[in-house]
Design a protein around this ligand. Sequence first.
Ligand SMILES: NC(=O)c1ccc[n+]([C@@H]2O[C@H](COP(=O)([O-])OP(=O)(O)OC[C@H]3O[C@@H](n4cnc5c(N)ncnc54)[C@H](OP(=O)(O)O)[C@@H]3O)[C@@H](O)[C@H]2O)c1
Length: 334
Amino acid sequence: MPEGVNRQWLLAKRPAGLPKEDDFELRESETPRPEHGEVLVRLEYLSLDPYMRGRMNEGKSYAPGVQIGEVMTGEGVGVVVESHSDAISVGDHVAVRSGWQEFVTAHVSATRKIDSKAAPVSTGLGVLGMPGLTAYFGTLDVLEPRPGDTFVVSAASGAVGAIVGQIAKMAGCRVIGIAGSSEKVSYIIDELGFDAAINYKTESVPERLAELCPDGIDCYFDNVGGVTTDAVLDNLATGARIAICGQIAHYNDVEQAMGPRNLRSLLVAQARMQGFLVFQFAQKHPVALARLSKWVSEGRLKYREDIVDGIENMPKAFIGLLQGANFGKLLIKV
Ligand SMILES: NC(=O)c1ccc[n+]([C@@H]2O[C@H](COP(=O)([O-])OP(=O)(O)OC[C@H]3O[C@@H](n4cnc5c(N)ncnc54)[C@H](OP(=O)(O)O)[C@@H]3O)[C@@H](O)[C@H]2O)c1
């Protein structure tokens, strides 16, 4: 049993707008002890995800918020250092809802075994974890892409968006990504094989979408909301499908955002707009993970990780994520 200190990040204050580093507090506590049926996990990677911003707020959402003084919520992958269950051995790797900390105890039923020989364990938080599954179900089950469709995805170089675009290419679509820097735009075209890309920080999204999609947009995977989504709605093809995955442009809003006002576009295009959560497909996750793993091992699905060293840098990296500083799936190496 490893003795010692467990560093944890707590929610210190509820942020107004973009979080600040002093909204979080680093605490040292004792390493927890596992009970019967539980394992003790030493975290190797911790995931940073946009949804965590919502959990810092008070009020109702699809999951309860973090209370002041509680460990920040999140998922990690790590190695089992003590086991009180026959199902998992010391040395096995697992993914677990760990929170922002170095050690966690969990019942084995709340862990997912990771095959450390098949792919780097960090992928269990990215392409072979929640973001990969989000991309898979949002693309295939919600948008139902058809060969020849014009498919647009926003936050296109990110953990979810980069996988979305590649799956849409496999489905035979013409894929256009929207991202926030020239490096991100080059990456999705040159390395991931998207057909075109728009830098929303330097180009006019409405104009470029009209140019690139003369017959309209059949599928839109929305990660951002705001003016980008307004521009897409003005360029829909008849029978378009829109998957509302995320609305990151609004996560730091202090006042409720206005709009969209152009919902008449849905009427004219006889379009369908549908929000979804990755968890609603939980029963199908194992099948999807097997397919995603196969695509990764065959080199058909590429992924990029942005790994920041040291748990002490977690708040800073998280604030950067909400401003587009990450390039690929953002992870903390503990
Ligand atoms: N529905 C679900 O079950 C589910 C599950 C997972 C994730 N999500 C959502 O999916 C989206 C992407 O998540 P992710 O984990 O893949 O994150 P990510 O794309 O790896 O990182 C977030 C990216 O969002 C972009 N961004 C930040 N602020 C923005 C703004 N104001 N306007 C436009 N873009 C902005 C930035 O890229 P640029 O430099 O390109 O701006 C940033 O790098 C998020 O909205 C998240 O909440 C939903």
